[in-house]
Ligand binder design. Structure first.
Ligand SMILES: C[C@@](CO)(OP(=O)(O)O)[C@H](O)COP(=O)(O)OP(=O)(O)OC[C@H]1O[C@@H](n2ccc(N)nc2=O)[C@H](O)[C@@H]1O
Ligand SMILES: Nc1ncnc2c1ncn2[C@@H]1O[C@H](COP(=O)(O)OP(=O)(O)O)[C@@H](O)[C@H]1O
Length: 283
Protein backbone atom coordinates (compact mmCIF):
# COMPACT_ATOMS: atom_id res chain seq x y z
CA UNK A 1 0.00 0.00 0.00
CA UNK A 2 1.13 3.56 -0.73
CA UNK A 3 0.18 6.57 1.42
CA UNK A 4 1.19 9.67 -0.49
CA UNK A 5 0.55 13.41 0.05
CA UNK A 6 -1.33 15.90 -2.11
CA UNK A 7 -0.07 19.36 -1.11
CA UNK A 8 -1.89 22.67 -1.47
CA UNK A 9 -0.72 25.50 -3.74
CA UNK A 10 -0.71 29.25 -3.38
CA UNK A 11 -0.84 31.63 -6.35
CA UNK A 12 1.69 34.23 -5.20
CA UNK A 13 0.22 36.56 -7.83
CA UNK A 14 -2.37 36.09 -10.58
CA UNK A 15 -2.68 38.23 -13.72
CA UNK A 16 -4.94 37.80 -16.73
CA UNK A 17 -3.35 38.87 -19.99
CA UNK A 18 -6.13 37.92 -22.42
CA UNK A 19 -8.42 35.09 -23.49
CA UNK A 20 -8.12 32.02 -25.69
CA UNK A 21 -10.50 31.42 -28.59
CA UNK A 22 -12.61 29.14 -26.37
CA UNK A 23 -13.06 31.88 -23.76
CA UNK A 24 -10.56 30.46 -21.25
CA UNK A 25 -8.46 33.16 -19.61
CA UNK A 26 -4.73 33.40 -20.29
CA UNK A 27 -2.94 33.76 -17.00
CA UNK A 28 0.42 34.60 -15.54
CA UNK A 29 0.99 33.24 -12.08
CA UNK A 30 3.62 31.98 -9.67
CA UNK A 31 2.71 28.74 -7.93
CA UNK A 32 4.28 27.85 -4.63
CA UNK A 33 3.47 24.59 -2.91
CA UNK A 34 2.98 24.38 0.85
CA UNK A 35 3.43 21.44 3.19
CA UNK A 36 -0.28 21.32 4.10
CA UNK A 37 -1.62 18.21 2.41
CA UNK A 38 -4.42 15.76 1.81
CA UNK A 39 -3.21 12.17 2.22
CA UNK A 40 -4.23 9.43 -0.19
CA UNK A 41 -3.92 5.66 0.31
CA UNK A 42 -3.64 3.35 -2.68
CA UNK A 43 -3.98 -0.42 -2.55
CA UNK A 44 -3.47 -2.50 -5.67
CA UNK A 45 -6.56 -4.44 -6.85
CA UNK A 46 -5.65 -7.11 -9.43
CA UNK A 47 -9.33 -7.54 -10.43
CA UNK A 48 -9.30 -4.18 -12.27
CA UNK A 49 -11.89 -2.45 -10.05
CA UNK A 50 -11.36 1.13 -8.92
CA UNK A 51 -12.97 1.65 -5.55
CA UNK A 52 -13.18 5.03 -3.88
CA UNK A 53 -13.53 4.16 -0.20
CA UNK A 54 -14.00 7.67 1.22
CA UNK A 55 -16.42 9.71 -0.90
CA UNK A 56 -16.42 13.45 -0.19
CA UNK A 57 -19.57 15.23 0.98
CA UNK A 58 -21.40 16.77 -1.99
CA UNK A 59 -19.15 15.12 -4.61
CA UNK A 60 -20.39 11.95 -6.34
CA UNK A 61 -17.81 9.25 -6.96
CA UNK A 62 -18.04 9.79 -10.75
CA UNK A 63 -17.29 13.52 -10.29
CA UNK A 64 -14.48 13.03 -7.81
CA UNK A 65 -11.17 14.01 -9.36
CA UNK A 66 -9.40 11.07 -7.70
CA UNK A 67 -11.76 8.54 -9.27
CA UNK A 68 -11.67 10.36 -12.62
CA UNK A 69 -7.86 10.46 -12.59
CA UNK A 70 -7.64 6.73 -11.84
CA UNK A 71 -10.13 5.84 -14.60
CA UNK A 72 -8.40 8.10 -17.11
CA UNK A 73 -4.99 6.51 -16.50
CA UNK A 74 -6.47 3.01 -16.54
CA UNK A 75 -8.30 3.62 -19.84
CA UNK A 76 -5.49 5.45 -21.66
CA UNK A 77 -2.90 2.81 -20.77
CA UNK A 78 -5.33 -0.12 -21.18
CA UNK A 79 -4.24 -1.24 -17.73
CA UNK A 80 -5.95 -4.33 -16.33
CA UNK A 81 -5.17 -3.52 -12.69
CA UNK A 82 -7.40 -1.61 -10.30
CA UNK A 83 -7.05 0.09 -6.93
CA UNK A 84 -8.75 0.84 -3.66
CA UNK A 85 -8.30 4.50 -2.84
CA UNK A 86 -8.96 6.34 0.40
CA UNK A 87 -8.60 10.13 0.87
CA UNK A 88 -7.84 11.76 4.19
CA UNK A 89 -9.17 15.20 3.26
CA UNK A 90 -7.57 18.13 5.08
CA UNK A 91 -7.60 20.86 2.43
CA UNK A 92 -10.78 22.94 2.35
CA UNK A 93 -12.74 22.37 -0.88
CA UNK A 94 -13.25 25.26 -3.27
CA UNK A 95 -10.86 27.44 -1.29
CA UNK A 96 -8.36 28.26 -4.06
CA UNK A 97 -5.78 25.88 -2.58
CA UNK A 98 -6.08 23.42 -5.48
CA UNK A 99 -6.91 20.39 -3.34
CA UNK A 100 -8.99 18.59 -5.97
CA UNK A 101 -6.30 19.12 -8.63
CA UNK A 102 -3.58 18.01 -6.24
CA UNK A 103 -5.54 14.86 -5.31
CA UNK A 104 -5.86 14.10 -9.04
CA UNK A 105 -2.12 14.64 -9.58
CA UNK A 106 -1.15 12.40 -6.66
CA UNK A 107 -3.50 9.71 -7.99
CA UNK A 108 -1.92 9.82 -11.46
CA UNK A 109 1.64 9.74 -10.08
CA UNK A 110 0.94 7.02 -7.50
CA UNK A 111 -1.02 4.72 -9.81
CA UNK A 112 1.49 5.16 -12.65
CA UNK A 113 4.02 3.79 -10.16
CA UNK A 114 1.82 1.10 -8.59
CA UNK A 115 0.47 -0.16 -11.93
CA UNK A 116 3.87 0.25 -13.64
CA UNK A 117 2.09 1.97 -16.55
CA UNK A 118 5.35 3.72 -17.45
CA UNK A 119 4.09 7.17 -18.48
CA UNK A 120 6.68 9.95 -18.34
CA UNK A 121 6.11 13.00 -16.13
CA UNK A 122 5.16 15.10 -19.15
CA UNK A 123 2.72 12.44 -20.40
CA UNK A 124 1.13 12.37 -16.94
CA UNK A 125 0.94 16.19 -16.93
CA UNK A 126 -0.80 16.14 -20.33
CA UNK A 127 -3.30 13.61 -19.02
CA UNK A 128 -3.78 15.71 -15.88
CA UNK A 129 -4.53 18.81 -17.93
CA UNK A 130 -7.68 17.07 -19.18
CA UNK A 131 -8.90 17.07 -15.57
CA UNK A 132 -7.99 20.65 -14.68
CA UNK A 133 -5.54 23.45 -15.49
CA UNK A 134 -3.88 23.21 -12.07
CA UNK A 135 -3.13 19.48 -12.24
CA UNK A 136 0.20 19.69 -14.19
CA UNK A 137 1.96 21.88 -11.62
CA UNK A 138 1.25 19.29 -8.95
CA UNK A 139 2.52 16.48 -11.21
CA UNK A 140 5.84 18.27 -11.86
CA UNK A 141 5.88 19.04 -8.12
CA UNK A 142 7.95 22.22 -8.35
CA UNK A 143 7.29 25.84 -7.48
CA UNK A 144 6.69 27.30 -10.93
CA UNK A 145 5.99 30.25 -13.15
CA UNK A 146 2.77 29.45 -14.98
CA UNK A 147 1.41 30.83 -18.25
CA UNK A 148 -1.28 29.86 -20.74
CA UNK A 149 -4.13 28.54 -18.61
CA UNK A 150 -1.46 27.49 -16.11
CA UNK A 151 -0.09 24.56 -18.11
CA UNK A 152 3.04 26.28 -19.47
CA UNK A 153 5.36 25.88 -16.53
CA UNK A 154 8.92 26.91 -15.70
CA UNK A 155 10.37 25.84 -12.35
CA UNK A 156 11.19 28.62 -9.89
CA UNK A 157 13.59 28.63 -6.96
CA UNK A 158 11.81 30.83 -4.43
CA UNK A 159 12.48 31.59 -0.80
CA UNK A 160 10.58 29.12 1.39
CA UNK A 161 8.84 31.28 4.00
CA UNK A 162 6.16 30.29 6.48
CA UNK A 163 2.64 31.11 5.46
CA UNK A 164 -0.39 31.85 7.57
CA UNK A 165 -3.42 30.84 5.47
CA UNK A 166 -7.06 31.53 6.31
CA UNK A 167 -10.01 30.03 4.48
CA UNK A 168 -13.09 32.18 5.04
CA UNK A 169 -16.31 30.13 5.21
CA UNK A 170 -17.46 30.85 1.65
CA UNK A 171 -16.93 28.75 -1.48
CA UNK A 172 -16.04 31.03 -4.35
CA UNK A 173 -16.69 29.43 -7.72
CA UNK A 174 -13.87 29.86 -10.24
CA UNK A 175 -16.47 30.22 -12.99
CA UNK A 176 -18.26 33.05 -11.15
CA UNK A 177 -15.07 35.10 -10.88
CA UNK A 178 -13.93 34.40 -14.45
CA UNK A 179 -17.30 35.55 -15.79
CA UNK A 180 -17.41 38.75 -13.69
CA UNK A 181 -17.70 41.79 -16.01
CA UNK A 182 -15.56 43.90 -13.66
CA UNK A 183 -12.57 41.50 -13.76
CA UNK A 184 -9.34 43.02 -15.17
CA UNK A 185 -8.38 40.97 -18.21
CA UNK A 186 -5.75 43.12 -19.90
CA UNK A 187 -2.67 42.98 -17.69
CA UNK A 188 0.59 43.77 -19.45
CA UNK A 189 2.70 40.58 -19.67
CA UNK A 190 5.21 40.54 -16.83
CA UNK A 191 8.70 39.02 -16.61
CA UNK A 192 9.88 36.57 -13.97
CA UNK A 193 12.48 39.08 -12.79
CA UNK A 194 9.89 41.81 -12.23
CA UNK A 195 7.83 39.30 -10.20
CA UNK A 196 10.95 38.39 -8.19
CA UNK A 197 11.53 42.09 -7.48
CA UNK A 198 8.06 42.36 -5.95
CA UNK A 199 5.64 43.24 -8.77
CA UNK A 200 2.32 41.51 -9.30
CA UNK A 201 -1.06 41.25 -7.62
CA UNK A 202 -4.10 39.00 -7.76
CA UNK A 203 -6.60 40.58 -10.19
CA UNK A 204 -9.40 38.37 -8.84
CA UNK A 205 -8.97 39.87 -5.38
CA UNK A 206 -10.93 43.15 -5.91
CA UNK A 207 -13.82 41.17 -7.45
CA UNK A 208 -13.96 38.70 -4.55
CA UNK A 209 -13.48 41.47 -1.95
CA UNK A 210 -16.52 43.26 -3.32
CA UNK A 211 -18.74 40.18 -3.56
CA UNK A 212 -17.64 38.39 -0.37
CA UNK A 213 -17.11 40.90 2.47
CA UNK A 214 -15.75 38.16 4.78
CA UNK A 215 -12.79 37.73 2.39
CA UNK A 216 -12.14 41.49 2.50
CA UNK A 217 -12.35 41.42 6.29
CA UNK A 218 -9.87 38.54 6.54
CA UNK A 219 -7.41 40.22 4.13
CA UNK A 220 -7.58 43.49 6.06
CA UNK A 221 -7.08 41.76 9.41
CA UNK A 222 -4.12 39.72 8.14
CA UNK A 223 -2.46 42.79 6.57
CA UNK A 224 -1.67 44.20 9.99
CA UNK A 225 1.01 41.49 10.34
CA UNK A 226 2.36 41.13 6.81
CA UNK A 227 1.12 42.00 3.29
CA UNK A 228 -1.85 39.71 2.64
CA UNK A 229 -3.09 38.32 -0.67
CA UNK A 230 -5.77 35.98 -1.97
CA UNK A 231 -4.83 32.72 -3.74
CA UNK A 232 -6.43 31.77 -7.06
CA UNK A 233 -10.07 32.82 -7.23
CA UNK A 234 -10.32 32.57 -3.44
CA UNK A 235 -11.57 32.26 -0.87
CA UNK A 236 -8.27 31.50 0.91
CA UNK A 237 -5.91 34.33 1.77
CA UNK A 238 -2.30 34.19 2.96
CA UNK A 239 0.59 36.20 4.33
CA UNK A 240 4.31 35.37 4.56
CA UNK A 241 6.43 35.25 7.69
CA UNK A 242 10.18 34.63 8.00
CA UNK A 243 9.71 32.61 11.22
CA UNK A 244 7.15 29.96 12.09
CA UNK A 245 6.76 31.42 15.59
CA UNK A 246 5.64 34.79 14.17
CA UNK A 247 3.02 33.12 11.97
CA UNK A 248 1.75 31.10 14.95
CA UNK A 249 1.64 34.24 17.09
CA UNK A 250 -0.56 36.01 14.50
CA UNK A 251 -2.78 32.91 14.22
CA UNK A 252 -3.25 32.89 18.00
CA UNK A 253 -4.67 36.43 17.81
CA UNK A 254 -7.25 35.60 15.12
CA UNK A 255 -10.94 35.30 16.00
CA UNK A 256 -11.35 31.79 17.41
CA UNK A 257 -13.89 30.68 14.76
CA UNK A 258 -11.56 31.50 11.84
CA UNK A 259 -10.08 28.52 10.00
CA UNK A 260 -6.33 29.15 9.80
CA UNK A 261 -3.21 27.06 9.33
CA UNK A 262 0.52 27.70 9.35
CA UNK A 263 2.49 25.90 6.64
CA UNK A 264 5.93 26.07 5.03
CA UNK A 265 6.44 27.09 1.40
CA UNK A 266 8.23 24.38 -0.59
CA UNK A 267 10.07 24.49 -3.89
CA UNK A 268 9.70 20.69 -4.14
CA UNK A 269 6.49 18.82 -3.49
CA UNK A 270 6.53 16.21 -0.73
CA UNK A 271 4.96 13.96 -3.40
CA UNK A 272 8.25 14.02 -5.34
CA UNK A 273 10.08 12.86 -2.22
CA UNK A 274 7.73 9.84 -1.94
CA UNK A 275 8.12 8.95 -5.61
CA UNK A 276 11.90 9.28 -5.50
CA UNK A 277 12.07 7.13 -2.39
CA UNK A 278 9.83 4.51 -4.01
CA UNK A 279 11.96 4.26 -7.13
CA UNK A 280 15.18 4.56 -5.10
CA UNK A 281 16.32 7.66 -6.93
CA UNK A 282 18.33 10.59 -5.58
CA UNK A 283 17.39 14.16 -6.51
C1 LIG B 1 -7.76 30.21 -10.88
C2 LIG B 1 -6.85 29.03 -10.66
C3 LIG B 1 -5.39 29.54 -10.53
O1 LIG B 1 -4.51 28.57 -10.12
O2 LIG B 1 -7.10 28.30 -9.46
P1 LIG B 1 -8.31 28.09 -8.42
O3 LIG B 1 -8.68 29.36 -7.78
O4 LIG B 1 -9.47 27.49 -9.19
O5 LIG B 1 -7.74 27.11 -7.44
C4 LIG B 1 -6.93 28.03 -11.83
O6 LIG B 1 -6.43 28.59 -13.02
C5 LIG B 1 -8.31 27.48 -12.11
O7 LIG B 1 -8.18 26.44 -13.04
P2 LIG B 1 -9.18 25.19 -13.01
O8 LIG B 1 -9.22 24.60 -11.64
O9 LIG B 1 -8.87 24.31 -14.14
O10 LIG B 1 -10.53 25.89 -13.28
P3 LIG B 1 -11.99 25.22 -13.33
O11 LIG B 1 -12.54 25.08 -11.96
O12 LIG B 1 -11.95 24.02 -14.20
O13 LIG B 1 -12.72 26.42 -14.12
C6 LIG B 1 -14.06 26.71 -13.99
C7 LIG B 1 -14.42 27.67 -15.10
O14 LIG B 1 -13.66 28.90 -15.01
C8 LIG B 1 -13.32 29.38 -16.29
N1 LIG B 1 -11.86 29.49 -16.46
C9 LIG B 1 -11.03 28.67 -15.75
C10 LIG B 1 -9.65 28.78 -15.92
C11 LIG B 1 -9.16 29.74 -16.85
N2 LIG B 1 -7.86 29.90 -17.06
N3 LIG B 1 -10.03 30.53 -17.54
C12 LIG B 1 -11.37 30.41 -17.36
O15 LIG B 1 -12.12 31.13 -17.98
C13 LIG B 1 -13.95 28.41 -17.30
O16 LIG B 1 -15.22 28.91 -17.63
C14 LIG B 1 -14.10 27.14 -16.49
O17 LIG B 1 -15.15 26.34 -16.97
N1 LIG C 1 -10.95 15.04 -4.65
C1 LIG C 1 -11.53 16.25 -4.65
N2 LIG C 1 -11.21 17.14 -3.71
C2 LIG C 1 -11.77 18.38 -3.71
N3 LIG C 1 -12.69 18.80 -4.57
C3 LIG C 1 -13.07 17.96 -5.53
C4 LIG C 1 -12.51 16.66 -5.60
N4 LIG C 1 -13.05 16.09 -6.66
C5 LIG C 1 -13.91 16.95 -7.20
N5 LIG C 1 -13.93 18.10 -6.53
C6 LIG C 1 -14.74 19.31 -6.88
O1 LIG C 1 -13.85 20.36 -7.26
C7 LIG C 1 -14.23 21.61 -6.66
C8 LIG C 1 -13.00 22.50 -6.47
O2 LIG C 1 -12.21 21.92 -5.50
P1 LIG C 1 -10.78 22.40 -4.99
O3 LIG C 1 -9.74 21.91 -5.92
O4 LIG C 1 -10.67 21.97 -3.58
O5 LIG C 1 -10.87 23.98 -5.00
P2 LIG C 1 -10.12 25.12 -5.78
O6 LIG C 1 -10.22 24.81 -7.27
O7 LIG C 1 -10.87 26.36 -5.39
O8 LIG C 1 -8.72 25.16 -5.29
C9 LIG C 1 -14.93 21.19 -5.36
O9 LIG C 1 -15.87 22.13 -4.95
C10 LIG C 1 -15.58 19.84 -5.72
O10 LIG C 1 -16.87 20.02 -6.21
Amino acid sequence: MLTWPAPAKLNLFLHITGRRGDGYHLLQTAFQLIDFCDWLEFQLCPDGNIQHLSPLPGVSVEQDLVYRAARLLQQRTACSQGAEIRIHKRLPMGGGLGGGSSDAATTLVALNHLWATGLSTSQLAQLGLELGADVPVFIYGRAAWGEGVGEQLQPLELSEPWYLVFTPPVQVSTREIFTAPELTRDCKPMTISSFLSGEGQNVCEPVVRQRYPIVAETLDWLSQFSPARMTGTGSSVFAMFDEKAKALEALAQAPSHWRGIVAKGCNYSPLLGCLEEAVGKQR
